[in-house]
Design a binder for this molecule. Structure first.
Ligand code: FES
Length: 118
């Protein structure tokens, strides 16, 4: 569960519904925490670190371009890995069975909030 005292607003629920997934960066300098959030049809929000377990690349080559065209899977644009939305498990591509790293997330009204790992 995200901690209200330390978590950070990364996007709004309205943005998620419009785009399907939103990317974010928390922190500054050369190595901010980069991640993505997405919401399913039942309203459950998931968040993952934006780093592919295959070769460590960011998943999207364009801003917020994390999903397949039908929005059924999270994709990696580098070599085509596909990940389940609700588990982050790779189901196709070069790293089957490996997973995206999950982040703690909560929804507070319209705000989607992430607890940065310590
Ligand atoms: S870095 Fe993601 S599939 Fe290769």
């Amino acid at each position: 569960m995200a901690d209200e005292a330390t978590d950070v607003v990364v996007c709004s629920v309205r943005e998620l519904d419009a785009s399907g997934a939103c990317g974010f960066a928390i922190g500054t300098g050369d190595w901010p925490l980069r991640g993505l959030v997405l919401r399913d049809a039942t309203g459950i929000v998931q968040a993952y670190v934006d780093r592919c377990p295959h070769a460590g690349h960011p998943l999207a080559l364009k801003d917020h371009d994390f999903l397949t065209p039908d929005r059924a899977f999270i994709k990696c644009s580098s070599h085509g890995a596909l990940f389940e939305r609700d588990t982050g498990i790779c189901v196709a591509g070069p790293c089957p069975g490996r997973t995206l790293r999950r982040l703690q997330v909560r929804v507070d009204g319209e705000d989607v909030r992430i607890a940065p790992p310590v």
